[in-house]
Design a protein around this ligand. Structure first.
Ligand code: 13P
Length: 274
């Protein structure tokens, strides 16, 4: 069986499961790289150099989230309007005596149009509660910076069938803080158990969960076109196409597989083929 046959089978399976969205209509995808605390200055420069030659199809938007110290390299070297960049976190406060924090206006100065908030690693290791995450999203929006709000359940919560409740709590906190401006955020669903583990949910689980998140956002009064839900957790070149075919998956937030330009470019190309 060659690559084409496998792709046909995957597509058929996705259609059989009823997970395909408007067959024939080219979906738009966001392909986002979260580098976490990886890469050096040298590696970042090389990555940006290699990204110059990338072809980005019309239906694809690329986003990169490097560590703070390398944001200036993006500001100075990135001349590609189809690639946006941002930080991995932002302070909830506007300014003042908050040692170690970086404010939304500072991110604006660095040319960021985006910031991640509420990544599970921040929630787990740095005490970012749903309320703090919501305040960070609000601070970002004040400076026209789009928050990519990460939500996701742990393995325990999934196994106890509590994931919907957990996701709703995380979303409600943001809605309570900023109301329908949630529509100005991008939501990234990242099951904690799939991050960096090589384990990914089944297509059915991804569909069911994205649909649930979509319905919660819809119930806040958001219009369909303002709802963007990324999937994150062990995404790579092998699984990106089948996950991309699932309805309500509007793109990906990628960790490990985004650290090499070659691999990231490959994923960008594959998503444009869906
Ligand atoms: P991996 O792609 O390495 O699993 O990381 C996902 C993630 O946490 C992106 O924010």
């Amino acid at each position: 069986m060659d690559k084409r046959d496998i792709e046909m089978l995957v597509r058929r399976r996705v259609q059989e499961l009823g997970l395909d969205m408007n067959p024939g209509v080219k979906k738009e995808y966001i392909i986002a790289a979260n580098w976490k605390m990886n890469m050096s200055e040298k590696e970042t420069k090389r990555f940006l150099e290699e990204m110059k030659a990338v072809h980005i199809a019309d239906n694809i938007k690329v986003m990169i989230f490097p560590p703070y110290p390398y944001l200036h390299l993006f500001k100075e070297n990135l001349r590609y309007e189809k690639i946006a960049y941002g930080a991995q976190d932002v302070a909830k406060e506007e300014k003042g005596a908050y040692t170690g924090e970086v404010s939304a206006s500072m991110l604006g100065d660095m040319g960021c149009s985006l910031t991640i908030v509420g990544h599970s690693e921040r929630r787990t290791y740095y005490g970012d509660t749903p309320q703090i995450v919501a305040q960070k999203a609000k601070a970002a929006l004040t400076y026209q910076i789009t928050p990519v709000v990460c939500i996701g359940e742990t393995l325990d919560e999934r196994q106890q069938q509590r994931y919907k409740e957990v996701l709703k709590e995380q979303l409600d906190a943001v809605y309570n803080e900023i109301g329908t401006k949630v529509g100005d955020c991008i939501i990234a669903y990242e099951p904690v158990w799939a991050i960096g583990t090589g384990v990914i949910p089944t297509l059915e689980q991804i569909y069911e969960t994205h649909k649930y998140i979509f319905d919660v956002l819809k119930a806040y009064g958001l219009a369909h076109e303002n709802i963007k839900i990324l999937y994150g957790g062990s995404v790579n070149a092998k699984n990106v196409k089948e996950i991309a075919s699932v309805e309500h998956v509007n793109g990906f937030l990628i960790g490990g597989a985004s650290l090499k330009a070659e691999s990231f470019k490959n994923i960008i190309g594959l998503a444009s083929e869906v």
